[in-house]
Design a protein. Structure first.
Length: 679
């Protein structure tokens, strides 16, 4: 790459984003994808992933397709890019058929440089038809770990990406900077173990001769202090921390019910005048009413409610967001000072990603994990809840067939609504185990279980167009809503169509709540059938109903995944309970990154600095490393020569083993190969 071309990258960055230069591994990734290489970039949360595809997208001919599961991120990035004068669009649920067609046509005729799309939309016929006529510069896969069944957030729809690559290869000429192997692909993730990294490459590759260029940014966050705090009273400790640390905060919990419970608790007990964040100047329309302290967020809320609460927190009108893991991915808020986990996540990948939402502005921030003796038992229970016994899974399969009165040999490609509460009452099950059993049956190929259906509302007219025109007893509000529907969407008389409630509200000059109530009224009058955003899960038989004795749950679906899940669960507890090893070093080691220094700011490091006994252990560790620096095996008995207290030496030895700086083999120890000892 010539120096002049590097300057062109910088000029593009400066022109559109105002930055003088790239940071971290941004430049290396950009140069790789521009050169036509399949590229994998591992960058921690806040590492600037979006720049790595947005800059080359502007410099290459054609449209860059960005595949992401985050609708909120799509909308936010499209808005930000358009404000910078960049041609960007997105396709997501709630858009009308004509809007989708128009967007795709703009891509074909050069009116779009960056197109965001969800992985679920890749298989749609309209997208694939239009894709054949597009000139694609490259494909970006955000949250790429979702393609791996060993990742912490596996999504089967990601497996369609390789087929899309093949389709582009067949119907599109190579773009400027591309290669004969097809358009390049850029896979980005903030959390991936070595196994997941390999899976990403294997599953996205369409040419075995074409290898990925892999760039990995250090996952170390020098401004982020990781704190583990053992407490019998998490509510009291939560208040104490929020009073001690100022600024915007996220509190993560496990259940939807607890989001409201904790938010209500904070609104009752946390002073509204203490440490409230300054409103974000990037969002110049702060609320004029007295700010709330906390609000809550989870996937079960209406989409418009989630958007409103996210915007309130983003603006700084609300200090604390109490949420499940449904909140956070793609959130562009740099000044979060505090992320607190009251409940444990199910993996260190998830914890690292969620904790990493603090301090993205580079200033001091804290990630706090609260724990007590009951948490280990709760974590272990998640294993049995997520992987119930195989006999139980088969029983759930039988009961689903009984619910639908589905005969053996029938049901192929039949889709049914699934009311999990009704099912559990009828057959005396618990929802958590039923949900887990259905997911395993989905993986085994018997069902497609859509437990989180598209959040968009949808509706269908129950009366014909002529009958609708003859209606005389509709109110003015109902008429405005009907007019807005007919203006925005086609096919409403023949099939259910996804709608955007806010768009209809805007066109009808109503609030979203007024529009919602109007649609419910029209449903009660049997003029149309409106299905709100909290749509019911569905089950689709992907093969004929089998007799129970022929149901097989493969080892790859059950035992292998259960063992991996258990390993992940236990790793979280080991992280929390390990008060010997620097928190940052523990996390880095989990992601196969070795650090030769402690962070100096986590609870473990701060405790060691205050404890005289810890100073003795530090001295012993240094002497042991000097002894083992020759790379040879040494008998443990040689440590007696160090002339230090036995307890101190044993404590130092235990820490060095935990930190994987040394390897213990029976009565011998040696330096871990590849380990660079600190001075």
């Amino acid at each position: 790459m010539k120096e002049g071309k590097k300057d062109a990258f910088q000029l593009t960055l400066k022109e559109y984003w105002g930055y003088d230069d790239f940071r971290g591994i941004q430049r290396e990734i950009i140069e790789s994808i521009y050169a036509g290489n399949d590229t994998l970039g591992l960058m921690p949360t806040g590492g600037g992933k979006s720049i790595t595809f947005q800059v080359p997208a502007l410099m290459m001919e054609g449209v860059c397709i960005v595949i992401t599961p985050l609708i909120a991120l799509m909308k936010d990035q499209v808005q930000n890019l358009r404000q910078r004068g960049i041609q960007a669009s997105a396709i997501y649920s709630g858009m009308s058929h004509s809007e989708i067609v128009t967007t795709l046509e703009n891509c074909i005729f050069g009116g779009v440089k960056i197109l965001y799309i969800s992985p679920e939309r890749l298989a749609s016929e309209i997208f694939q038809v239009k894709l054949r006529r597009m000139r694609v510069s490259f494909i970006t896969v955000d949250e790429a770990h979702c393609i791996s069944q060993w990742g912490h957030d596996f999504r089967p729809s990601y497996l369609e990406i390789a087929q899309i690559r093949k389709l582009i290869r067949q119907h599109s000429s190579s773009p400027s900077g591309g290669t004969e192997g097809g358009v390049p692909i850029l896979a980005l993730t903030a959390t991936a173990t070595p196994r997941v990294m390999q899976d990403i490459q294997d599953l996205l590759t369409i040419d075995p001769e074409r290898k990925f260029k892999v760039y990995k940014m250090s996952f170390e966050r020098k401004n982020l202090a990781y704190i583990g705090r053992e407490t019998a009273d998490k509510h009291a400790e939560l208040l104490h921390i929020l009073n001690a640390v100022s600024g915007s905060a996220i509190v993560y919990v496990r259940s939807r019910a607890r989001t409201k419970e904790i938010a209500d608790f904070l609104n009752q007990h946390l002073s509204p005048n203490t440490h409230h964040p300054t409103p974000n100047t990037q969002h110049p329309t702060p609320n004029t009413h007295h700010p709330s302290i906390a609000t809550h967020y989870h996937a079960g809320l209406d989409h418009s409610v989630r958007d409103e609460r996210q915007e309130q927190w983003q603006r700084g009108d609300v200090r604390v967001m109490v949420a499940t893991n449904a909140f956070g991915m793609g959130i562009d808020k740099a000044d979060v000072r505090l992320v607190i986990h009251i409940d444990f996540p199910s993996s260190l990948e998830a914890y690292f990603q969620e904790a990493g939402r603090a301090g993205r502005d580079g200033k001091k921030a804290y990630a706090v994990l609260l724990y007590n003796s009951s948490d280990e038992r709760k974590l272990e229970k998640r294993i049995s809840d997520t992987f119930p016994e195989k006999d139980y899974i088969i029983k759930v399969y039988e009961h689903v067939g009984a619910l639908y009165q589905m005969a053996i040999g029938d049901g192929f490609e039949v889709t049914k609504a699934f009311d999990i509460d009704h099912f559990c009452r009828t057959f005396h099950h618990f929802p958590t185990q039923v949900d887990a059993a259905l997911k395993l049956l989905d993986r085994a190929g018997y069902f497609h279980y859509e437990n989180e259906p598209d959040n968009a509302s949808r509706l269908k007219f129950l009366v014909g167009r002529d009958e609708l025109n003859r209606l005389e007893e509709v109110s003015r509000t109902e008429e405005a809503v009907i007019t807005a529907l007919l203006r925005n969407y086609g096919g409403l008389f023949t099939d259910y169509t996804y709608i955007d409630l806010q768009r209809i509200a805007h066109d009808a000059h109503l609030t979203p709540d007024q529009t919602y109530q109007t649609l419910k009224s029209l449903t009660e009058q049997h003029i149309l059938h409106f299905i709100p955003q909290r749509a019911m899960p569905t089950i689709t038989y992907t093969q004929r109903r089998e007799a129970s004795e022929y149901i097989v749950i493969p080892k790859s679906v059950y035992e292998e995944r259960r063992d991996l899940f258990a390993k992940r669960i236990r790793a979280v507890w080991l992280y929390a309970s390990n008060t010997d090893t620097c928190r940052s070093r523990q996390l880095l080691r989990y992601f196969d990154e070795r650090s030769n220094h402690d962070c100096g700011q986590c609870d473990v490091c701060l405790s060691a600095a205050k404890n005289p006994d810890s100073q003795g252990i530090i001295k012993a560790k240094k002497k042991i490393r000097v002894l083992l620096d020759d790379g040879q095996k040494h008998a443990v008995t040689e440590l007696d020569r160090l002339q230090l207290p036995t307890e101190t030496v044993h404590a130092a030895l235990r820490q060095l083993v935990n930190e994987e700086q040394i390897v213990a083999d029976g009565s011998f120890i040696k330096k871990n190969e590849g380990e660079n000892y600190p001075n």
